[in-house]
Ligand binder design. Structure first.
Ligand code: GLA
Length: 408
C-alpha cells in the first residue's frame, strides 16, 4: 500500500512534514548545539535473533562483557538492545514493571554504561508486544519517562497488536484511516521520547508498511524497518537486499532505512553469504545490529563483523546509501559515494552455481567511471585495479567489495 496524496496533505496539519530537502537546515537551526542522534547508522547487538524469548538480565550483562572482550566494542558496536519479553505488569498508577527475568533495569543500564556501552529496550504502540507482553498504548509518556529514568538509550517500537486491536478494529475497511492511526501512534511515542529529556534513538518497527521512509523522519524516527523479519537464510537476505533498491534518497545522518538486524553467524549461511550480507548492509548504510551467539563466535565470523574497512563504508559520515546501478543476469552491482570524493562498489554474485569457470564482467561505464580504477578489495585487504569488462571470479552468493579513493 502506498501513501496517498490526500493523507500526505492531512499529515501536514497533524505533523509538519519535513521534506528531505528541508531537513538539514531545519534541524541545524533547531539543534545547533546538540549532536545529531544516530548521525551514523546505529551499531550494536540485539537479543532477538539468538535468544528470542529466552533472554534475561544475566544474558544482557554477558553480552555487554563479550562486546568488550571480543573487540566488537572497539570496532564500533555500542548498543546492547533488549528485544521483546522483558516486560512485567503495570501497577495501579499505570507504571510498568519488569518481569522476573529483569529484576532491576536501572542497575542493568548502569552496568552496561560502565562498560562504555548503551542500552536499548523494546515496546510497541499496541496493548501487547509481538510476544504478548505489555506494550505502551495509553502509557506513552509514562513509559518514555520510565526509560529515561532507567538510562535507556534506544527504543525499538514494534507495531504488532496495534494492527489488529486498533487499525483493523477501528477502521476495518479504510486503509487511509488505518494508516493515520498508525502514524499518530508513532508520533505520540516520538513526542513522548522527546519530552522525556534524554536522547533515546527511536527505531520504528512496522515492517515497512505504508512507506515509513516518507513519514517517519518527521515524527522523530531515527530508523525504520523497511521489510518484514529477516531470517538466517540466503533467500530472506537476498529478498531484503532487493527491496532496498530505490530507498537511498530517504537515508541520511539521523534517519536511516533499516533492512532489519544482522544474521551474520546465524543459521546455515555460508561464508560468502555472511560476507555478502555484511557487505550489502554496509553499502545500504543500514544499522549494524549483530544478533549472533557472542561467546561462541567463530574467528571467521568475528573477522567479518569487525572488518574495519567494511564498517567504515557503513559509517561514512556522508550517510549516502548505495543505489543498485545495474543488474545483469545473476549479478547485481551497487555503488555509493563516500566522503572525500571516494566511492564504494559492491559486485554480488546472486547465482547458485556461477563460479570461476564462468566469470562476471564488470561494466565501468555503467558506474560512470572511465579507465582503470585503483582501489582496495575490502575482503582480501589487497590493492586491486578495476578495468572495463574485466573478468571477476566470485563464488556463488559472494560479493566483491571495493573502495576507490579517487574515482575517475
Ligand atoms: C517482531 C519484530 C522482531 C522482534 C519480534 C519480537 O516480529 O519484527 O524483530 O522484535 O517481533 O517479538
Amino acid at each position: 500500500m502506498r501513501i496517498s496524496k490526500a493523507f500526505l496533505l492531512a499529515s501536514f496539519v497533524v505533523v509538519p512534514m519535513v521534506t528531505m530537502a528541508q531537513a538539514p537546515s531545519a534541524s541545524k537551526a533547531k539543534h545547533a548545539a546538540a549532536p545529531i542522534l544516530a548521525a551514523t547508522p546505529p551499531m550494536g547487538w540485539n537479543s532477538w535473533n539468538f535468544f528470542a524469548r529466552n533472554v534475561n538480565d544475566q544474558d544482557i550483562r554477558n553480552a555487554a562483557d563479550q562486546m568488550v572482550s571480543t573487540g566488537m566494542k572497539d570496532a564500533g558496536y555500542i548498543y546492547i538492545n533488549i528485544d521483546d519479553t522483558w516486560e512485567g505488569d503495570r501497577d495501579a498508577s499505570g507504571v510498568l514493571h519488569t518481569n522476573s527475568k529483569f529484576p532491576d533495569m536501572k542497575a542493568l543500564a548502569d552496568y552496561v554504561h560502565s562498560k562504555g556501552l548503551k542500552l536499548g529496550i523494546y515496546s510497541g504502540p499496541g496493548t501487547k508486544t509481538c510476544a504478548g507482553f505489555a506494550a505502551s498504548m495509553d502509557h506513552e509518556a509514562q513509559d518514555a519517562q520510565l526509560y529515561a529514568s532507567w538510562g535507556i538509550d534506544y527504543l525499538k517500537y514494534d507495531l504488532c497488536s496495534f494492527r489488529r486491536d486498533v487499525m483493523a478494529a477501528k477502521a476495518p475497511n479504510d486503509k487511509a484511516e488505518q494508516m493515520r492511526l498508525m502514524v499518530a501512534a508513532y508520533e505520540k511515542m516520538g513526542k513522548a521520547l522527546k519530552d522525556a529529556g534524554r536522547p533515546i534513538v527511536f527505531s520504528l518497527c512496522q515492517y515497512g508498511w505504508d512507506a515509513p521512509w516518507e513519514w517517519a523522519p518527521a515524527l522523530g524516527g531515527n530508523l525504520w524497518r523497511t521489510t518484514g523479519d529477516v531470517q538466517a537464510n540466503w533467500g530472506s537476505i537476498y529478498d531484503i537486499i532487493n527491496q532496498q533498491a530505490g530507498l537511498a534518497k530517504y537515508a541520511g545522518p539521523g534517519h536511516w532505512n533499516d533492512p532489519d538486524m544482522l544474521e551474520v553467524g546465524n543459521g546455515r549461511l555460508t561464508l560468502p553469504e555472511n560476507r555478502s550480507h555484511f557487505s550489502l548492509w554496509a553499502m545500504l548504510a543500514a544499522p549494524l545490529l549483530a544478533g549472533n551467539d557472542l561467546p561462541n563466535m567463530k574467528p571467521e565470523i568475528k573477522a567479518i563483523l569487525t572488518n574495519a574497512d567494511v564498517i567504515a563504508i557503513d559509517q561514512d559520515k556522508l550517510g549516502q546509501q548505495a543505489t543498485r546501478v545495474y543488474s545483469e543476469g545473476e549479478v547485481d552491482v551497487w555503488s555509493r559515494h563516500l566522503s572525500g570524493g571516494a566511492m564504494a562498489i559492491a559486485v554480488l554474485n546472486a547465482g547458485y552455481d556461477r563460479v570461476a569457470t564462468h566469470p562476471i564482467h564488470l561494466s565501468l561505464a555503467k558506474l560512470g567511471l572511465h579507465g582503470p580504477q585503483k582501489g582496495k578489495d575490502l575482503w582480501s585487504g589487497k590493492d586491486v585495479t578495476l578495468t572495463d569488462n574485466m573478468p571477476i571470479e566470485l563464488e556463488s552468493h559472494d560479493t566483491l567489495l571495493v573502495r576507490i579513493a579517487t574515482p575517475k
